[in-house]
Ligand binder design. Structure first.
Ligand code: RUQ
Ligand code: CUA
Length: 764
């Protein structure tokens, strides 16, 4: 290349055609030096080596943790424990535009209760969709305990697509868990309440207050729950707790434990002992066994009652049809975890020191022989505890949840009071190992640990208290997820991760290679409805249209401008801005926010999102892109001008800051021609290689092609003005032409780097 302009030189260096700088290590410390300086032991170094994921490398597993009171979902990698995303579920979240664009507002609106917006959720238990009992990585479901709701997240784009409100419950806990082929998602109530929405005095607790399990029908094709095909089974007012579905031999059944089967209603202010005393009197509570497959047939046969427009199988029907049984379980139970082979149901008693292992074979033997130990006050048959137990193991004080290992018969149970994890053998009934936890563990999770193919390797302990584990940040502490290596005979604690976003309850982890999220949407996509948006806008078709009293703005975003750049409306107008991101390259998200309007969109490549608002007062409202998307990101701006009613324009000519000459035009033109030579060389580099074998590169090449087409349009305009010797417009359009060239070059650089790093081959 001959003498080149400084702009082009910058570009060449960025392309890797310039000089390469050699790095020198000055006074590098040895590992020993670092260990001494930071006071690290050999054990620390081993733990660090087991969790460290080198820069540019990825994690082996992806964990989805409930976000507790944040109403969100937390996604992080294992073993690095790096947080990757907060997925907005029940609560508005501005970065994702969730609750700020019309499309996601419609999802949140599905979660209204009795017409009221509920902008908070207490998320508890996430569940990944399964095929034949194996995690398939397609969908995720999560419940909200406070406002009994289930949300559907599509793992293709990690967005919340649907929220369903339970039509009969007033709280839930035992959800979400899925059947082995994800036909149903279960949600079990927690605090008994009347099914109807009106007032019922507590004196009628035994007669009118009820628990329930709801089986939400999931349609995999549409990726949505179908409320009309869903149903509930009425249960006694026993404070139902966790649930799990049977698998293998126990497929077709679900299991839901309960506490406070004393049916105590509290009343400390009436001089009665509090709930905690009244709810822990009896030595045992019950878990409920429901034959859900038969229940679904009963609903089809018209044997369900309609309550609040929802199918409910009453307790009488369940007893008559033999689909509901009670099994005694240890005091104040928690956890309900079916073994991977489906042969055992493991329950713990919070106020007991044992885990109880029930044999499905024995339970079915008792049911088939109608060998009942009695009936509860609602006529539900009770099976005998001793006759249904496989074994009972003393694991520690306050056992809660159980997860499984890839090694047969090996389980891990969280021990709340003792703050431990106990590793034990549920076939032989013996303890294998224990490890201390900091502090007070709730749930725990092994890799794919509640599927039919648990993978072992790592265990995460979801602790209820962090106390002194982290630098203090005030009285409200972060949560603590502790990573434990379970690959050997002895468990090894590796890492503490603070989680500052609500109290997670449960988490699930899936092998990272099973997730196949997209990198962009089909152009003009309404991601919340999963279809082409009615407001999709193609480049060059941007327009403003008044329709039915609404000013519709059909706009686009692309590096580095928003079209339109000026929006004029009148005071009092309702404005609906529809923005389509024309980008196709990975991670080229634009934002769109308008001053003083609460409008904030996140526009991932291909997405169309809308914001409808009222231009209440006359004024000047700048808008801009909120994602630092390109070198000229700050220039991605515009003005919403809200004119007073009946405003008449006065000034005739707009003011321009700078006037350009022929010399300015010539200089820009020369730069552009030189830039094109650089681009051509990159294009030649890419097309000489098997770039079509790399999906991300194909996306980049398509995007660059778009940019070059835009560049050609701008060049044409510049040429036309130059022919008319209008140097002002010729120079400005030449500048725009160069902008498009730079973006194409930037994309080309990314493609070239990708090909270099991923072993692309020369094909011609
Ligand atoms: S729970 S700490 Cu709300 Cu799943 Cu057991
Ligand atoms: Cu687009 Cu910043």
């Amino acid at each position: 290349m001959k003498r080149i302009g400084s702009k082009v030189l910058m570009l060449c260096t960025a392309m890797g055609f310039g000089l390469s700088a050699a790095g020198t290590a000055l006074g590098a410390e040895t590992l020993d030096d670092v260990m001494k300086r930071r006071g690290l032991t050999d054990k620390d170094i081993l733990a660090a080596a087991k969790t460290y994921v080198p820069t540019g490398k990825r994690d082996e597993y992806i964990a989805f943790s409930s976000g507790g009171q944040s109403g969100q979902l937390i996604v992080y990698g294992i073993p690095s424990m790096r947080i990757l995303k907060y997925v907005a579920v029940f609560t508005p979240e501005p970065w994702q535009g969730y609750g700020f664009d019309d499309e996601s507002k419609a999802v949140l609106a599905q979660g209204r209760i009795n017409g009221k917006d509920i902008n908070f959720g207490d998320t508890h238990h996430p569940a990944i969709s399964e095929t034949n009992g194996v995690y398939d990585g397609q969908f995720l479901f999560i419940n909200d305990k406070n406002n009994p709701r289930i949300a559907v997240v599509d793992l293709h784009d990690f967005e919340t697509k649907q929220i369903v409100v339970n039509p009969i419950m007033k709280s839930d806990h035992g959800g979400a868990f899925v059947t082995p082929n994800t036909e149903y998602v279960i949600e079990a109530s927690q605090y008994a309440a009347p099914f109807e929405n009106g007032f019922v005095p507590l004196e009628q607790f035994n007669e009118k207050y009820r628990g329930a399990v709801t089986y939400w029908k999931f349609n995999r094709e549409t990726g949505r729950i179908v409320p009309e095909e869903s149903f509930s089974v009425e249960l006694p007012p026993y404070s139902q707790d966790l649930s799990d579905f049977g698998k293998g031999p126990s497929d077709g059944w679900s299991f839901t434990n309960s506490f406070c089967s004393e049916r105590y209603v509290g009343g400390i202010e009436r001089g009665r002992p509090p709930f905690e005393a009244g709810c822990s009197q009896k030595d045992t509570d019950f878990f409920h066994m429901v034959n859900w497959r038969k229940a679904a047939e009963l609903v089809k046969a018209g044997k369900a009652k309609q309550i609040n427009g929802h199918n409910v199988i009453t307790m009488d029907t369940s007893v008559a049809e033999g689909i509901l049984f009670l099994v005694p379980e240890p005091k104040s139970p928690h956890g309900m975890d079916v073994s991977p082979d489906g042969k055992f149901m493991i329950v713990s008693g919070k106020l007991d020191s044992h885990t109880y292992v029930y044999s499905f074979d024995k339970l079915m033997g008792l049911i088939n022989a109608k060998d009942y130990a009695g009936k509860d006050p609602y006529g539900i048959p009770i099976l005998d505890l001793k006759k249904s137990l496989h074994t009972q193991v003393q694991v520690g004080l306050g056992p809660l949840h159980t997860q499984y290992d890839s090694k047969p018969c090996v389980a891990y149970t969280s021990i709340y009071v003792d703050s431990q994890v106990t590793k034990w053998d549920y076939c032989e009934g013996k303890v294998l190992d224990k490890i201390s936890i900091h502090y007070n563990i709730g749930h725990l999770m092994t890799m794919e640990g509640d599927s039919v193919t648990p993978q072992g390797k790592y265990l995460v302990s979801l602790n209820k208290l962090a106390i002194d584990r982290f630098n203090p940040v005030g009285p409200l502490h972060p949560q603590n997820h502790q990573l434990i290596d379970i690959s050997g005979d002895k468990m090894q604690l590796l890492y503490d991760m603070p989680l500052p976003l609500g109290e997670p309850h449960y988490a699930v982890a899936i092998a990272a290679d099973k997730l196949k999220p997209g990198i962009r949407y089909k152009s003009g996509w309404n991601s919340r409805e999963d279809k082409r948006s009615a407001f999709r806008t193609r480049p060059g078709r941007e327009k403003v249209e008044r329709k039915d009293g609404v000013v519709h703005v059909y706009g686009t975003t692309i590096r580095s401008h928003i079209t339109p750049e000026i929006i004029e409306v009148e005071e009092g107008d309702t404005v609906s801005v529809h923005m389509t991101n024309l980008e196709r390259a990975e991670d080229e998200t634009h934002g769109f926010a308008i001053y003083g309007t609460n409008v904030n969109l996140s526009l991932e490549p291909g997405k169309t999102a809308s914001a409808t608002f009222k231009a209440e007062r006359a004024g000047v409202f700048p808008y801009y892109c909120t994602e630092f998307c390109s070198a000229l990101h700050l220039e991605m701006q515009g003005y919403l001008l809200v004119k007073p009613k009946g405003y008449q324009a006065t000034a005739a000519k707009g003011a321009e800051g700078t006037v350009y000459s022929k010399a300015d035009y010539d200089k820009q033109h020369k730069t552009n021609v030189e830039t094109q030579a650089v681009i051509d060389s990159v294009v030649a580099y890419i097309t000489a290689r098997n770039y079509q074998d790399f999906a991300p590169v194909v996306a980049l090449v398509e995007d660059a092609t778009d940019q070059l087409n835009f560049a050609a349009d701008a060049k044409k305009k510049s040429d036309e003005f130059a022919a008319k010797e209008d140097w002002q417009n010729a120079t400005l359009w030449a500048g725009q032409w160069w902008q498009y060239q730079v973006k194409a070059a930037d994309i080309g650089l990314r493609a070239k780097t990708f090909l270099d790093q991923n072993g692309a081959k020369v094909v011609k």
